[in-house]
Design a protein around this ligand. Structure first.
Ligand code: SF4
Length: 388
C-alpha cells in the first residue's frame, strides 16, 4: 500500500499580506462572530474527513505525512489542532514515523501553544519568517517583526524551556520591497544561525495589478530589480550548500536529509488528500478541489455531501507532462528507466529542444536521469514550459 499525505487547510489569518495568493480570510479569535464561524469550520473539517473515510467503504488509508497549512494554523486555538490530529488517528492508519507539520507565523506562537502542538502529535513546524529586516516585513504587511521570529523560535525550539521541536523549517522571501544584497545576506546569515534543518526560499510573486508594483511615493521602498534577485538566488544556493543545506528542490533546502516528506509527494505525483475550503487532492489518477465559498462548503458538508467542486482525470499525455513538469523541480530530476509510454513519446517529441537546453548548460541528460543543472534551476521556467 502506497502511503498518502493528508493536507488540512486552515483559511484564517490575522490580516492579509500584500502579496498573498492563498485562500485565507482575516480572523480574530477574540471576536464572537469570528470565533463562532471558526468553531463551525473546525467541526466541518472533521465531518469532511469522516465523509471521506466512509466513502472508502472500509478500505484503510495509510498516511505517512500530515500538513496543517493555511492561512495561519497557529492563529486558531491549539485545541482544534489536537482534535484534527485525533480525527486523523481515528480515521486513517498513521505510519509510526508520520511527518506531521504545522504552518506557523511569528506573532501567533506562544510557549503554551507550542507545547500543545507537540502534545497533539505535531513533529515539524514550518515558520513563516520571510525576512530579518523589520522594514521589509512592514513593506509587505506581515503582522510580525524580527523580534517575533526569535520569540517563536524560543517557544518552539530545544533551548531554554522551548517545546523541543527538532524539525523547524523557515520560509524566506527574495525580492521584497526595499531588499538589498546586504539585507538579504543578513537575513540568510541570521536564518542559518538558528537551529533549523530546512529552509524554503521563495521569490516574491506579484500579480500584475498588485499595489506593491505601483511606483512608490514618499520614499516608500521599491522592488529590487530582477537581475539582482536572480544573482542573489544563485549566490544563495552556493551559500546554503556551504552551510550544510543541500538544495533538493528549486526553492527548498535541507540539512541532514530532512527534506519535507509531504512536499516531496506533490513533486513525485504521490497521493495527497486535501480537506477544507478550496483544498486540492490527487489520488494517483484524478485531481480534484473543494469549493472555495464558506457558505457552500458548510451547506454541503453539514448535509453529508461532498464539498468537491471539480474533478479531472490526469492520465496518459497529461500525466506524462506532469511527470516532467513537477519532477524536474527536484534536484534528483526524473528517473527515465521504466517511465510510461506516453512519457517516452513526449521525451522524443521534445528531444531537440531538450538537447538545446543541455548544450546551454541548463539540463543534464544522462541515460538514467533528466535533471536541471544549478543554472537550470535558476532559469527553470524556460525548461519547464516545454511540458506545460
Ligand atoms: S500569512 Fe500567508 S496565507 Fe496569511 S495572508 Fe499572509 S501570505 Fe497569505
Amino acid at each position: 500500500m502506497t502511503a498518502a499525505g493528508i493536507y488540512i487547510h486552515i483559511p484564517f489569518c490575522r490580516s492579509k499580506c500584500g502579496y498573498c495568493h492563498f485562500l485565507s480570510f482575516p480572523f480574530d479569535g477574540g471576536d464572537e462572530a469570528d470565533a463562532g464561524a471558526g468553531e463551525r469550520y473546525a467541526d466541518a473539517l472533521l465531518r469532511e474527513m469522516r465523509l471521506f473515510a466512509a466513502a472508502r467503504r472500509g478500505e484503510p488509508l495509510l498516511v505517512d505525512s500530515i500538513y496543517l497549512g493555511g492561512g495561519t494554523p497557529s492563529l486558531v486555538p491549539a485545541r482544534w489542532i489536537a482534535d484534527l490530529l485525533d480525527g486523523c488517528r481515528r480515521l486513517f492508519v498513521l505510519a509510526g514515523d508520520c511527518e506531521t507539520t504545522l504552518e506557523a507565523n511569528p506573532g501567533t506562537v506562544s510557549s503554551d501553544k507550542a507545547a500543545a502542538y507537540r502534545q497533539a502529535g505535531v513533529n515539524r513546524v514550518s515558520l513563516g519568517a520571510q525576512s530579518f529586516s523589520d522594514a521589509e516585513l512592514r513593506a509587505v504587511g506581515r503582522i510580525h517583526d524580527v523580534a517575533a521570529v526569535a520569540e517563536a523560535m524560543d517557544a518552539l525550539g530545544r533551548r531554554g524551556g522551548g517545546a523541543g521541536f527538532e524539525d523547524v523549517s523557515l520560509d524566506l522571501m527574495l525580492g521584497l520591497p526595499g531588499q538589498t544584497a546586504g539585507s538579504w545576506r543578513e537575513t540568510l546569515a541570521r536564518a542559518t544561525d538558528l537551529p533549523v534543518r530546512h529552509l524554503s526560499v521563495y521569490m516574491l510573486d506579484l500579480d500584475d495589478d498588485s499595489p506593491l508594483r505601483a511606483p512608490q511615493a514618499g520614499g516608500a521602498p521599491t522592488l529590487p530589480d530582477d537581475d539582482l534577485v536572480a544573482d542573489l538566488y544563485a549566490e544563495t544556493v552556493g551559500d546554503l550548500a556551504a552551510r550544510g543545506f543541500a538544495q533538493y528542490e528549486i526553492s527548498n533546502f535541507a540539512k541532514g536529509g530532512r527534506s519535507s516528506r509531504h512536499n516531496l509527494k506533490y513533486w513525485r505525483r504521490e497521493p495527497v488528500y486535501g480537506f477544507g475550503l478550496g483544498s486540492h487532492s490527487f489520488d494517483g489518477r484524478r485531481r480534484y478541489a473543494n469549493v472555495c465559498d464558506f457558505g457552500e462548503y458548510f451547506r454541503r458538508v453539514e448535509a453529508g455531501r461532498s464539498p468537491v467542486a471539480w474533478s479531472d482525470e490526469v492520465t496518459g499525455r497529461r500525466a506524462a507532462e506532469e511527470l516532467f513538469f513537477l519532477g524536474l523541480r527536484l534536484a534528483e530530476g526524473v528517473r527515465l528507466r521504466g517511465i510510461p509510454e506516453a512519457a517516452e513519446s513526449l521525451l522524443e517529441e521534445r528531444r531537440a529542444a531538450l538537447e538545446d537546453f543541455c548544450d546551454a548548460g541548463l539540463l543534464d541528460w544522462t541515460g538514467e536521469r533528466l535533471r536541471l543543472t544549478r543554472r537550470g534551476m535558476l532559469l527553470s521556467n524556460e525548461v519547464l514550459q516545454l511540458f506545460v
